[in-house]
Unconditional design. Structure first.
Length: 334
């Protein structure tokens, strides 16, 4: 199998470097190719923040999983999942179950956890007929573009995520924690510095504080690493938010984010963060068989609305602990 390396420049008005695009020849054995080019792929991810491999011809779960395992240092089972996924075996999942006409805003996977993926791997088994790109944004660039006073506050206080596990939106607690054993959930929460409270209706409410800015453990670069905007109540469609408030009350929303001291994050602040993300977004439309590798700390990703069937597999990999990223705030203890 032959390979050629090209880079695609992004909008010249952006300060984000190019996305690496590797184009391969006909893929006789994608897993073998991935094993032979593992060092190259990982170096490109470190250099550019993401690399798209085009031409591998990934068409089924087993083939994609074989590539994932050869590129990664180790795949991760997902804990504290935000949205439901289908599991295809250890560390390989469907993309999140989310309405096709609704975007999933920029975020870093599991940035609210103490242990999160260093790399996200995606494989497109079927590309949509329109839209549906996994768009990307460089987090150091986003950090530099945000107002200094906002960054200083979040850097000093961190951010809080408050979740109420319902069946209305997102994953129920049994799926998020991978168990229906309350004691196991409580043990996990204590270990992961998550405050928890069981609700009279059997639901679960959790609260956790995390750093909003971290240092990349390999490069030392400061990264805007959080889900302050994505998991904000203000990112919800207004009609859906109003319905959920009527159903559960303002304190019972499935998720919302706060400043680290518990103060409310305004809609204007969330809109500002999302606007900065939009201004620094790059995208490469999916094609059948593509592989996308993303540095989860340096690079935020989103999912754009789409039309037609879309089948993208996800494999979180290369676990990193928050303590290894020079966090700026101490986590809460329950």
């Amino acid at each position: 199998m032959s390979s050629s390396f090209t880079t695609r420049p992004v909008d010249p008005d952006l300060r984000l470097g190019p996305i690496a695009v590797l184009t391969t020849g006909p893929a006789g054995d994608p897993a073998r190719w991935a094993a032979e080019h593992r060092s190259l792929l990982r170096n490109l991810v470190t250099e550019h923040g993401a690399v798209m491999v085009r031409g591998l011809g990934l068409h089924d779960v087993s083939g994609a999983a074989s590539v994932f395992t050869r590129v990664a240092t180790g795949l991760m089972d997902e804990k504290e999942a935000f949205a439901a996924r289908r599991s295809y075996g250890r560390g390989v999942y469907s993309s999140s179950k989310w309405p096709p006409n609704q975007p999933m805003c920029m975020h870093h996977e599991l940035s609210y956890a103490l242990r999160f993926p260093g790399m996200m791997q995606f494989a497109c088994l079927r590309a949509p007929t329109g839209g549906g790109a996994t768009a990307l944004a460089d987090s150091p660039t986003v950090l530099d573009a945000l107002p200094d006073d906002l960054v200083r506050r979040f850097e000093h206080e961190g951010w809080q995520l408050v979740r109420n596990y319902h069946d209305d939106i997102g994953a129920p607690w049994t799926e998020a924690f991978g168990t229906d054993d309350r004691t196991a959930v409580e043990d996990y929460c204590r270990t992961a510095a998550i405050e928890f409270a069981w609700q009279p209706d059997g639901g679960l409410r959790t609260r956790q504080r995390r750093s909003a800015v971290i240092h990349h453990p390999l490069t030392g670069r400061r990264c805007w690493f959080n889900q302050i905007a994505f998991l904000s109540e203000w990112t919800l469609d207004p009609e859906i938010r109003e319905y959920l408030v009527d159903l559960h009350g303002a304190e019972g929303l499935p998720f919302t984010t706060r400043y680290g001291n518990g103060g409310a994050v305004s809609q204007d602040t969330v809109d500002l963060i999302n606007e900065v993300y939009r201004a620094h977004t790059v995208r490469e439309p999916w094609q059948h068989g593509d592989l996308l590798l993303v540095d989860n700390l340096r690079t935020a990703h989103s999912r754009e609305p789409y039309e037609g069937p879309r089948d993208v597999l996800v494999a979180p990999a290369d676990a990193v602990h928050l303590a290894d990223c020079s966090p700026t705030v101490e986590v809460m203890t329950s």
